[in-house]
Design a protein around this ligand. Structure first.
Ligand SMILES: *[C@@H]1O[C@H](CO)[C@@H](O)[C@H](O)[C@H]1NC(C)=O
Ligand SMILES: *[C@@H]1O[C@H](CO)[C@@H](O)[C@H](O)[C@H]1NC(C)=O
Length: 404
C-alpha cells in the first residue's frame, strides 16, 4: 500500500457521494408511496394502454415501488409529476382515457400526456387538483369542454390542450388565474369569445384554428405578452388600442379573421420577425413610425388605403396585395429590389398609378415583384402568383376616382 491516506479519502468521497445520491432521489428514508396515490396510479394504468409500438407501461409493475416507474415522480410519499407516455420523439403514444382517479393525486403539480390517441373528456376531478401548475395534453383526441372549475387551479402556469377535439367556450375563469404564463389551445373546436387575462406574467397565448368570435377589449391582454396567435377564427372589431400596448410581442399572427380599424404605426417597431395581419378587414393608411426592421410583413387581403410608406422598403418579404393602396410606389423600393435586398414585393390588386423602373432593367432572379391589376400598365413583365389572375391592368372605370 503506497498511498493509504489517499485511499481512505477516496472511500469517504464515495460514501458522501452515495449519501447525496440517496437524498436526492428520496429513497433514503422509507418513503413508501401513499396508498391513495398507489390506488390512483393503478386506476390510471387500467384506463390507458400503449399504442402498438409504444412500450411505456412496461416499467409499470405494481409489485415494485411506483415512484420508480417511468414518468412517475414523487416527493416523499406523494406523486408530484406524471408524464404519461414515452417522451421520445416519434413514440406512437397512448390510447384510452384519463381516469377520474387522477384527482386523488393530491400533490400533483405536473401532468403531461404525449401525443397519441387518448380520448374522452378531461375528468372534472382534474380541476380539483389545486397543486397543478403544468397541464399539457396536446395532440390526442380529447373531446368535451374545458370546465369553468379550471379557475380553481390558482397556481396554474401552463395549459396546453392544443390539437384535440375540445368544444365549448374558453371559460372566463381562466383569465382570472394569477400565475398563468402559457395558454395553448390552438387547433380545437372552441367557440365563444376570448376572455380577458389578468396574469401579468402571461407570455404566450395561442388560440389559432378555432371558431372564436366577438371582439377583444383594449385591456384584455397584458403587456407581458410575447407570442400572440389568434389566426383562423371569426374574431372581429378593432385591435389598434390593444396592439399598441403589447410592445414586447415577438410573434403576432391575427390572419384570417374579421378584424377591422387601423393598424397602429408602433407595432412595426416591436421585435417581431414575421408580422401576419393578412385576410382581415383592416382599413386606413399604414404609417410605420420608423424604417421597418421586421423581415416579413403580410398585410394582404385587407382594405388598406393611402400611399405606400417608404418606411416599408426595408422589409425583405412584403405582401401588400389585394388592398386599396393608391399613388406611386416610392423609389427606394425599386433601389432595394434591384440590390436584391427585397425578396418578395407583392403589390397586385391595388389602385397604384406608377412605379419608376427602367423597363429594360433585370430584376434579380431571387426577387419576386408583382404589379398586376393596378391602375397602370406594369412597366416590367414579372411572374405573379397564380391567384393574381391574368389581367395585367385594372379596368379604367375603377381607376378614375383615384386619378388627380
Ligand atoms: C374512444 O376510443 C375508443 C376506441 O377507439 C372508442 O371505442 C370510444 O367510443 C371512444 N370514446 C370517445 C368518447 O370518443
Ligand atoms: C362556430 O360557432 C358558431 C356559433 O358561434 C356555430 O353556429 C358554428 O356551427 C360553429 N362552426 C363550427 C365549424 O364549429
Amino acid at each position: 500500500m503506497r498511498c493509504p491516506l489517499t485511499k481512505k479519502k477516496n472511500y469517504w468521497f464515495v460514501f458522501l457521494f452515495h449519501l447525496i445520491f440517496l437524498f436526492r432521489f428520496n429513497i433514503f428514508a422509507h418513503a413508501i408511496l401513499d396508498p391513495i396515490d398507489f390506488l390512483a396510479l393503478q386506476s390510471i394504468r387500467k384506463s390507458l394502454d400503449d399504442l402498438p409500438g409504444s412500450n411505456y407501461f412496461a416499467s409499470w409493475d405494481f409489485t415494485s415501488e411506483p415512484c420508480s416507474f417511468g414518468g412517475v415522480y414523487c416527493d416523499g410519499d406523494k406523486v408530484i409529476a406524471l408524464n404519461l407516455g414515452d417522451p421520445r420523439a416519434g413514440s406512437p403514444g397512448l390510447t384510452g382515457r384519463i381516469d377520474p382517479a387522477i384527482g386523488k393525486l393530491s400533490a400533483l403539480a405536473e401532468l403531461t400526456i404525449v401525443p397519441g390517441r387518448v380520448n374522452g373528456s378531461l375528468p372534472q376531478t382534474l380541476f380539483q387538483l389545486k397543486t397543478l401548475r403544468f397541464l399539457a395534453i396536446s395532440r390526442n383526441f380529447i373531446s368535451g369542454e374545458i370546465p369553468a372549475t379550471l379557475g380553481q387551479l390558482r397556481g396554474l402556469r401552463t395549459l396546453d390542450l392544443s390539437f384535440n377535439h375540445i368544444t365549448g367556450s374558453v371559460p372566463r375563469s381562466i383569465g382570472t388565474l394569477p400565475a398563468l404564463s402559457n395558454v395553448i389551445l390552438c387547433h380545437n373546436r372552441l367557440s365563444g369569445t376570448v376572455p380577458s387575462f389578468v396574469s401579468q406574467s402571461l407570455t404566450r397565448l395561442d388560440l389559432k384554428n378555432n371558431n372564436l368570435s366577438g371582439s377583444l377589449s383594449p385591456v384584455s391582454l397584458p403587456p407581458s405578452l410575447q407570442y400572440l396567435s389568434l389566426s383562423s377564427n371569426r374574431l372581429a372589431g378593432p385591435v389598434d388600442r390593444l396592439l399598441s400596448r403589447l410592445n414586447r410581442l415577438n410573434y403576432l399572427d391575427l390572419s384570417v379573421n374579421r378584424f377591422s380599424g387601423c393598424i397602429p404605426g408602433n407595432i412595426f417597431t416591436f421585435p417581431i420577425t414575421n408580422l401576419q395581419l393578412q385576410r382581415n378587414q383592416f382599413s386606413g393608411p399604414v404609417h410605420p413610425l420608423d424604417q421597418v426592421t421586421i423581415s416579413s410583413v403580410d398585410l394582404s387581403f385587407n382594405r388598406l388605403s393611402g400611399q405606400i410608406s417608404p418606411m416599408l422598403s426595408t422589409v425583405q418579404n412584403l405582401y401588400l396585395n389585394n388592398n386599396r393602396f393608391t399613388g406611386s410606389v416610392p423609389t427606394n423600393f425599386v433601389d432595394r429590389l434591384l440590390a436584391a435586398s427585397i425578396q418578395t414585393l407583392y403589390l397586385q390588386h391595388n389602385f397604384l398609378t406608377g412605379i419608376e423602373i427602367n423597363p429594360t432593367v433585370e430584376i434579380p432572379l431571387s426577387s419576386s415583384l408583382c404589379l398586376q391589376y393596378n391602375c397602370m400598365v406594369p412597366p416590367v413583365d414579372t411572374p405573379c402568383p397564380l391567384n393574381a389572375g391574368t389581367q395585367k391592368t385594372r379596368p379604367t372605370s375603377q381607376c378614375i376616382e383615384w386619378e388627380g
